[in-house]
Design a protein around this ligand. Structure first.
Ligand SMILES: Nc1nc2[nH]cnc2c(=O)[nH]1
Length: 408
């Protein structure tokens, strides 16, 4: 526990970077002071909180395991959901409502991570303990936003070639950078700007390469609808991420993130179910299964089930990434995967792979790796400063405010 007063520690902490010459860290700390004017009281609270298990604190033993698990879910979920959605459309599936509904209809899977730890007495916390009415309301509103996003994505995918929709969707990264700087005060740094530019350029190259893939029957009206819907989805997803980060600032346990996700997905599924019921989606599904899908009824249902499960992995991974890192990192990971999904198409469906796609993939991997490396360096520098301060003051307190946007 700290033996020096928080304000003295704070002062000493702010002066130490000069000795190290680590000006970027100094700027980040000054920024933390600006955005958290009551830093001394924050540090007192921080000390009190030390005993509580904060699963998003990077000093938590299980942080890295949870981070890798969520990234694995996002990676596998995004790649397989994109391949399975494509499989549905390639084999004559055509309902926009069905492709919207499958994105969140896997919400019952969330019951396992939410209730099993309590039932098996692994955790003493009762599911939904500590939830306020406001939190429920926020989850329902975010769920509606997610439901509209899924609907817009389905309209975009139905009308536009994959290349065009992936180009338009990559605009979500620029929106995410802007909206997260407004909503959660995400700092715009060289590292994140460089990554946003490289991944956006990578998608532009990809789209330019395959712009000739425009289907012959696509009318101007449908092109306009697809274009507007995809840009709208990019904007909604870019809003969804920092809004989730804002909500998670009040949360320090992963289980609560899954509980919130369950409410959001039930709301999004309810929206899609109403749409399905009003617009003949359920009868479309039956008709497609019995006579339209060219791989037969059994494979149709397997495709629907695979879509449900893979989309679920994708959303669980996204929520976990935003909780453990930040909305911008979550957005970067999701958008970088859009380009990687193209490689999935090359391997699974023998899509052509030329020079443009190769350059695009290299840029995307470069942008993503340089971002991860930049984050690693910043964390390492911060650890050194904290250790120096701890040894010179005898304090064991974690002096850097644990605010994800500052780090990510
Ligand atoms: N708009 C949008 N919706 C998604 N749903 C899952 N991933 C994404 C994404 O990257 N963008």
């Amino acid at each position: 526990m700290a033996t020096t007063s928080p304000s003295a520690l704070h002062h000493q902490f702010l002066t130490s970077p000069h000795e190290n010459g680590t000006n970027d860290i100094e700027a980040e700390i000054a920024y933390a002071e600006e955005t958290l004017p009551n830093l001394s009281s924050f540090m007192e609270n921080n000390n009190k909180e030390e005993d509580d298990e904060d699963q998003k604190s990077t000093s938590n033993k299980r942080y890295m395991a949870l981070l890798f698990f969520n990234y694995f879910l996002l990676f596998v979920g995004s790649l397989s959901a994109s391949l399975m959605s494509k499989f549905y459309f390639i084999h004559k599936g055509a309902s926009k409502w069905v492709s919207t509904w499958v994105q969140t209809a896997g919400f019952p899977i969330l019951i396992f991570p939410i209730f099993l730890p309590f039932i098996l007495k692994y955790s003493e916390r009762k599911p939904y303990a500590g939830f306020t009415k406001m939190m429920y309301l926020c989850c329902v509103l975010v769920g509606l936003m997610l439901g509209f996003n899924n609907l817009l994505i389905s309209w975009g995918v139905a009308y536009l070639p994959v290349s065009t929709s992936s180009l338009l969707l990559s605009s979500q990264l620029v929106f995410t950078l802007i909206l997260s700087s407004l909503i959660v005060k995400q700092k715009i740094t060289f590292t994140n700007l460089n990554c946003v530019i490289l991944i956006t350029v990578s998608s532009v190259i990809l789209a330019l390469d395959s712009s000739h893939e425009k289907p012959p029957g696509l009318t101007n009206k449908n092109y306009f609808i697809g274009f507007t819907c995809t840009i709208g989805a990019g904007f909604l997803f870019a809003l969804y991420l920092p809004v989730m980060e804002k909500i998670y600032q009040k949360v320090n346990c992963y289980q609560m993130v899954m509980e919130m996700q369950l409410i959001m997905e039930i709301t999004a599924t309810a929206l899609a179910t109403v749409g399905m019921a009003c617009d003949g989606g359920f009868s479309d599904m039956k008709k497609e299964a019995e006579s339209v899908f060219d791989k037969g009824t059994a494979i149709y249902w397997v495709t629907i089930l695979s879509n449900v499960v893979t989309w679920q992995c994708c959303f669980m991974g996204t929520a976990g990434m935003v909780f453990l890192t930040s909305s911008l990192t979550g957005g970067i990971c999701s958008t970088a995967l859009l380009s990687i999904n193209v490689l999935g198409g090359v391997v699974a469906y023998k899509d052509p792979f030329g020079g443009y796609k190769a350059v695009s993939t290299v840029l995307c991997i470069w942008g993503f790796c340089s971002y991860v490396f930049g984050m690693y360096i910043i964390r390492k520098k911060k650890k050194v400063i904290v250790r120096k301060n701890s040894s010179s003051t005898g304090s064991s307190a974690e002096l850097i405010p644990r605010r994800n946007s500052d780090v990510n």
